[in-house]
Design a protein around this ligand. Structure first.
Ligand SMILES: Nc1ncnc2c1ncn2[C@@H]1O[C@H](COP(=O)(O)OP(=O)(O)OP(=O)(O)O)[C@@H](O)[C@H]1O
Length: 599
């Protein structure tokens, strides 16, 4: 490989890696004294003759610099560029169009900003373009010009303007959910459904079951002024409201007449559920909208409304058109706060990378919904299609346990009594769920203080139950080993699924006791607690706010012992949640008794 190519690659990496350079190690190459092909530079692939560089794949490397298209696209042989899951910032420069042979461009999960340059549409060999989870904005370039494009994924950005008229017949993958696209949706050729358009409040058209008002169409046809358009649309809206009110009344009158004449028992039962929902045998109620859209060829892709008082008449289109605010991007997906027209606030979780079939997901979530406990937050609805899995919950304005402990107040008003009470309530809720799902082996899977929310009565609730499948090899092998020794091997094996939650609960107890932040999975906090405790039972470990409030040392030490049992590195040695719940409740009761006998 020629020196200019090497130099261009090195320049490119220098800009890309910024300060945190994992690739500086000489063994990974990327220096003038070695050859990218013969010495196999990390992330570089070449042609069979090792004469030209074909692919640059630098995924998951913590790269936080910028994308130097000038340098990399001077290497004309490049066909694949992939930098998924880094922290690359800045814009994609116009010079990207010099990568004439580029077939694949993957840049998901980075911090790219700005618009995709117009020159992007000159990449005539491009087949797959994947740029999910960035902060791209502005209008899309003329991508439909690239006739061979088969993948376009740009979920979770801030792109705006019209959706270009792609050749949907030839596209294999397409998703532009959660952007700011607006206007009519072009004909998707029946190849894609609404799930690839979610979270774009300005879109309208048939796939979304939302009629486009004359405003959006007029704006396109003859550039009339915005004020005029608004005025006209106001008239149109008034007329529409009037016409629909008249139509609604007529239909209602007609239906009432119909009902009184037929008087079937089914009618009387569905009128009890009210607001256009009907309940099937499983107790799951579906809105009229979801039933019809399910039947209209979208095959199980409708919003499934669960038996929640919050959203009896929630419709899928309400979610689609409501303004959404990103609350967080967790490991397992993004969370949006959605405000409906009537002021109801909901959160919508887009679940990422969960290889569960739509049918299994539906069954699982319906099962979870049937088990209710006052300390477990029920879902309002869910949605599943091949591309998307969404969970809808009621928005809890009192925030999470994490916020209460580490927010601006820093846990100072969160006294020992309340902490013990939270610990006992979560233990009760979790034990109840574990016992009920013993056979189905549905654990929480991601228990942590951000998933403990306070409802309007400041009652702690476990949120997102069952959204993660526990795939813990350790616990399985543990169960296999023990099966031969115990008479009730099956039960043992079932309990092993829940050991991950017991660990999560133990970390929450440590957070309550120490007031310290948990990094990643809590192992650091656990190690710190162990090291302090090993010295001797010391007050150092406890939250200063608790010590200064003169909380009972005895109950703090007792709770710490429970926490340490729960975070035992060997899942086998961890107690079951029911055992934990009994102990924590005893500690709480004794603490309350000692306070009342003190006073
Ligand atoms: N129903 C809700 N009402 C109010 N706030 C919520 C609700 N659900 C979650 N949150 C808060 O929104 C923020 C983002 O939630 P998210 O679930 O994305 O975060 P996470 O729990 O850290 O991530 P993950 O669950 O993917 O590991 C968290 O602070 C969480 O406490």
């Amino acid at each position: 490989v020629e020196n200019e190519v090497k130099q261009a690659l090195i320049n490119f990496l220098e800009k890309l890696s910024s300060s945190n350079n994992d690739l500086i190690d000489p063994s990974v190459g990327w220096n003038m004294s070695s050859d990218p092909c013969n010495d196999q530079w990390k992330g570089v692939s070449c042609n069979n003759q090792s004469t030209s560089v074909k692919k640059i794949i630098l995924d998951n490397l913590n790269l936080s610099g910028s994308f130097d298209a000038e340098s990399i696209c001077s290497v004309q042989s490049i066909t694949v560029l992939s930098f998924n899951n880094n922290s690359i910032t800045g814009e994609i420069p116009e010079a990207i169009s010099n990568c004439k042979q580029l077939t694949h461009f993957y840049a998901s999960d980075n911090r790219f900003v700005g618009s995709l340059p117009d020159s992007f549409s000159r990449l005539s060999n491009l087949k797959r373009l994947v740029i999910d989870n960035n902060s791209f904005s502005g209008k899309l370039p003329d991508l439909p010009r690239i006739s061979g494009l088969i993948t376009f994924l740009a979920v979770n950005n801030q792109f705006s303007g019209d959706i270009p008229k792609f050749d949907f017949f030839n596209l294999q993958q397409f998703n532009i959910s959660f952007n700011n696209f607006s206007g009519p949706v072009p004909d998707l050729n029946g190849r894609f459904n609404a799930s690839c358009l979610l979270g774009n409040p300005g879109l309208c058209g048939e796939p979304l079951f939302l009629a486009c008002t004359s405003l959006s169409l007029k704006k396109k046809s003859n550039g009339i002024s915005t004020e005029k358009a608004l005025m006209y649309s106001g008239y149109v809206l008034l007329v529409l409201i009037f016409v629909s009110a008249v139509a609604f009344n007529l239909i209602r009158r007609y239906k009432n007449k119909d009902k009184t004449s037929k008087g079937t028992s089914r009618d009387s039962s569905s009128s009890k559920t009210s607001k256009g929902t009907s309940t099937d045998k499983s107790g799951v109620s579906r809105s009229e909208y979801s039933t019809t859209s399910g039947e209209s060829g979208m095959g199980g892709t409708s919003l499934i409304i669960l038996t929640s008082p919050v959203a009896n008449d929630l419709r899928f289109e309400d979610l689609l058109k409501a303004p959404a605010e990103l609350l967080g991007r967790g490991k397992h997906g993004s969370l949006y706060k959605v405000t409906l027209d009537d002021g109801t606030t909901l959160v919508v979780k887009r679940i990422k990378d969960w290889a569960i079939s739509g049918e299994d997901f539906r069954k699982r979530m319906e099962k979870v919904d049937k088990v209710k406990h006052p300390n477990v937050l029920p879902a309002v609805a869910f949605y599943c299609s091949k591309e998307e899995k969404l969970m809808v919950y009621d928005y809890q304005e009192n925030g999470s346990l994490f916020k209460l402990l580490h927010g601006s107040q820093n846990g100072q008003t969160f006294d020992w009594n309340s902490r013990l009470s939270v610990a006992a309530s979560i233990a009760d809720g979790l034990a109840f769920m574990h016992e009920n799902f013993l056979e189905d082996r549905i654990a929480h899977g991601n228990l942590k203080s951000t998933n403990i929310l306070f409802d309007r009565n400041m009652n702690p609730c476990i949120s997102e139950y069952g959204l993660m499948v526990v795939n813990n090899q350790d616990s399985l092998s543990l169960a296999n080993n023990r099966e031969s020794k115990t008479s009730d091997g099956n039960k043992d094996r079932a309990y092993s699924t829940f050991k991950v939650d017991i660990y999560g609960y133990g970390v929450i107890l440590l957070e309550l006791l120490t007031g310290k932040l948990v990094q990643s999975n809590g192992s650091e906090l656990a190690r710190w607690v162990h090291s302090v405790v090993r010295e001797e039972w010391t007050v150092e470990v406890f939250d200063k706010a608790l010590v200064s409030e003169d909380a009972s040392g005895e109950s703090m030490v007792n709770l710490l012992q429970v926490a340490l049992k729960c975070i035992n590195p060997s899942p086998e040695a961890r107690p079951t949640m029911s055992e934990v719940a009994v102990i924590v409740n005893t500690i709480k009761d004794e603490d309350e008794r000692s306070i009342s006998s003190d006073s």
